[in-house]
Design a protein around this ligand. Structure first.
Ligand SMILES: [Zn+2]
Length: 425
């Protein structure tokens, strides 16, 4: 597989669900998502790789090299945000498919028998734009979320995950592969690599994140006929909450905490009705769990005051709390070694965004790599990474996959662990 073939495939997939301004709109389990899934399955079947779909819509392309051995899994997600970018997620899946093919060919041509099998994944609903929470498919796979509960999650139109997957033909029943490791490559979505002119990021840890589910309950009434003093306007109170969630970051050092309300739904959303209910989700992230806790406490107190001032009820619930996760040191060293061999510049970098690899890192040795994002923007149509960088990233992933199928980062055998424990005692 040449770099040109990779670029052709990448730019082809970027055309699925393409928007007018070079972005993509491929929310989870929509027709556009189905089209990329069909493309993924066709890529695998053309190469005689086995395709499996599990009970939460995750897709696996399996290359069996050593009968019965567990798999090293490469991949990311093909779904996008509404009016999202064409690199976020899709790049990692395409890089995974091409890296896997290169590794399989190299094993074949050198007559090498690896330690593990190799597979590529397209995780279901990493983005969480249509169905919350995000990182759904990989979290179910890792046992961090309950499959039945996630299948019952509804979008704003009332369609469940199960119904949406069924409708596009991707609610599977196949057995999940046994894994020995996971590797993912993704765009940085920030500007550290670009600013420093570095090609590869070895991701060392993920930020502490937490969401707040906020429900503001007012009273529905006529926007013309109700006296101002008699209104219990849920939207006015919710607007103050939105500003609080933004302003709370100013209590801490610059960029120590990031925070936004990204979703707001309004009922009944009629131009001549005072809003009775507003539902919003705030997203708080920091490298410090203490800062998130302090910001949360300050928000809860200020929100209670708004409720009092407006004579309105506001319910706040914690949701989707994720602690700091460290990636294994051996994986960081592997990325650094691979970069050195390929002549690519590399640095260690944290991720502020969540990724499927954060879930996978809980269950298997995991390597996460970044390539630069032009202007550091993501979750928008103008997201961009150069062809030079995406091609370099595929080479890095190929080398990491090569080392991993040949036993680098292999999980320590539990019996060996028992023996060494016994020896130490
Ligand atoms: Zn992503």
């Amino acid at each position: 597989m040449s770099d040109a073939t990779f670029l052709t495939d990448f730019h082809h997939v970027a055309g699925i669900g393409a928007t007018a301004n070079s972005g993509v709109e491929r929310q989870a389990a929509t027709e556009a998502d189905k089209a990329t899934r069909d493309w993924f399955a066709a890529f695998a079947r053309e190469r005689n790789w086995e395709v499996r779909v599990d009970g939460i819509g995750n897709m696996f392309a399996l290359i069996e090299l050593v009968p019965g051995a567990p798999y090293i899994l490469l991949g990311s997600h093909l779904d996008s945000q509404p009016l999202g970018g064409r690199f976020d997620g899709a790049y990692g899946v395409l890089a995974g498919l091409h890296a896997a093919e290169r590794v399989a060919k190299r094993l074949h041509s050198t007559g090498t028998t690896p330690v593990f099998n190799l597979a590529v994944v397209n995780w279901f609903n990493e983005e969480g734009g249509r169905f919350a929470p995000s990182i759904m498919g990989s979290s179910v796979f890792a046992g961090l979320m309950d499959q039945e509960k996630m299948l019952a999650v509804k979008d704003l139109a009332g369609t469940t995950v199960a119904e949406a997957l069924e409708a596009i033909g991707y609610l599977g029943t196949d057995q999940r592969p046994d894994l020995a490791g996971y590797a993912e490559i993704h765009i940085e979505q920030g500007r550290i690599l670009e600013r420093e002119g570095i090609t590869l990021g070895a991701v060392d840890y993920s930020w502490h994140t937490q969401k707040l589910d906020i429900e503001v309950l007012g009273e529905q009434s006529h926007t013309g006929a109700t006296a101002m003093a008699d209104r219990h306007d849920a939207l006015v109170a919710a607007s103050k909450v939105v500003l609080l969630v933004h302003d709370v970051t100013k209590k801490f050092a610059e960029e120590a905490l990031v925070s936004s309300v990204g979703q707001l739904t309004l009922e009944p959303n009629s131009p001549i009705v005072v809003a009775r209910r507003v539902h919003l989700v705030a997203d708080l992230r920091s490298a410090s769990p203490e800062i998130v806790a302090e910001a949360r406490a300050s928000l809860l107190a200020d929100i209670a005051q708004i409720a009092k001032d407006h004579d309105i009820r506001i319910n706040v619930n914690d949701f989707d709390v994720r602690g700091i996760q460290y990636y294994p040191e051996a994986g960081l060293e592997l990325t650094e070694k691979v970069a050195a061999n390929l002549g690519l510049s590399v640095r260690r970098i944290r991720t502020m965004a969540g990724h499927d690899s954060v879930a996978m890192n809980r269950i298997v040795p995991t390597v996460m790599m970044f390539i630069p994002s032009v202007d550091g923007v993501s979750h928008c149509e103008r997201e961009f990474t150069t062809d030079t960088d995406i091609v370099a990233g595929v080479k890095a992933l190929e080398s990491v996959a090569w080392e991993m199928v040949n036993g680098a980062l292999a999980p320590i055998d539990s019996t060996e662990q028992e023996l060494s424990k016994a020896g130490a005692a």
